[in-house]
Design a protein around this ligand. Structure first.
Ligand code: ADP
Ligand code: MG
Length: 231
């Protein structure tokens, strides 16, 4: 089943500090991703891989082209979606593990992740379901070897690798239809890289379509069903 169909997507940036110079980044990118597939984006630094991911997440608009996505509520063109539609998609259908965690200050790591689990279940009473959500998160944190002493602390002061694991937990706690992974293992040790590889295999088996950037070739070989150059 085709989960994502990108048709001739183009995007440029205007560099205002350089006299309005136009920098074309995505030039008619087309790509189809099936449910259960993991497509690895290839290309040197600066080729537009992260920009493409941000277009798929609706953070950037496009100049032209379409991003057809098979959302749970029906097919939608992400390139044309309203901010409200995009927020609804992010609540359940699309997960994004970015290179950097942008956590809300003062929210404990457990709740940063539990929030996503709860958001995907609007039918539950958030207060009543809180314990169950936290229990799910504790299991995943333990699997990712995140020290238990950190679980109740806000991630702002965590190390890069610890923040990345909170980010990964948030991306995987709830199976999404589309999962975007931007360098998910960049700051992880070998044991945790293996956990992420397992999590990706599980997500694929559950039918998630994955688009990822993996500089680590070993990880890429282990998870990708296909590699696609971005240029
Ligand atoms: N918000 C932005 N404004 C202006 N230029 C940008 C912006 N984001 C990225 N770029 C430029 O677009 C190009 C592609 O960037 P990026 O998508 O981050 O590449 P990659 O992830 O492949 O390394 C780079 O030349 C980068 O400098
Ligand atoms: Mg990048």
């Amino acid at each position: 089943m085709t989960m994502l169909q990108i048709d001739s997507l183009s995007k440029h940036f205007t560099l205002h500090l350089r006299g309005g110079l136009e920098l074309p980044v995505l030039k008619q990118v087309s790509l189809e991703v099936q449910a259960g597939e993991c497509v690895a984006l290839l290309g040197a630094s600066g080729q537009g891989k992260s920009t493409l991911m941000k277009c798929l997440y609706g953070s950037y608009g496009a100049d032209s082209g379409a991003i057809w996505f098979d959302a749970s509520a029906g097919r939608i063109d992400i390139a044309q979606a309203t901010p409200q539609q995009m927020l609804a998609l992010r609540r359940k259908d699309i997960a994004y593990v970015s290179q950097f965690l942008r956590a809300v200050p003062r929210v404990p790591a457990l709740d940063v992740v539990a929030e996503r689990w709860l958001q995907a279940r609007p039918e539950l009473d958030a207060d009543e379901a809180q314990d169950e959500a936290r229990e799910e998160v504790r299991r995943l944190f333990a699997r990712l070897h995140l020290p238990e002493s950190l679980w109740d602390l806000p991630p702002a002061t965590f190390s890069g690798g610890e923040q990345q694991r909170v980010n990964i937990a948030r991306g995987f706690i709830e199976p999404a239809r589309l999962l975007l992974l931007d360098e998910p293992t960049a700051s992880l040790d070998a044991a945790n890289r293996r956990v992420v590889i397992e999590l990706i295999h599980q997500a694929r088996a559950a039918g998630t379509a994955i688009v990822g950037i993996f500089h680590d070739e070993e990880v890429r070989d282990a998870v990708a069903s296909r590699c696609v150059p971005v240029h």
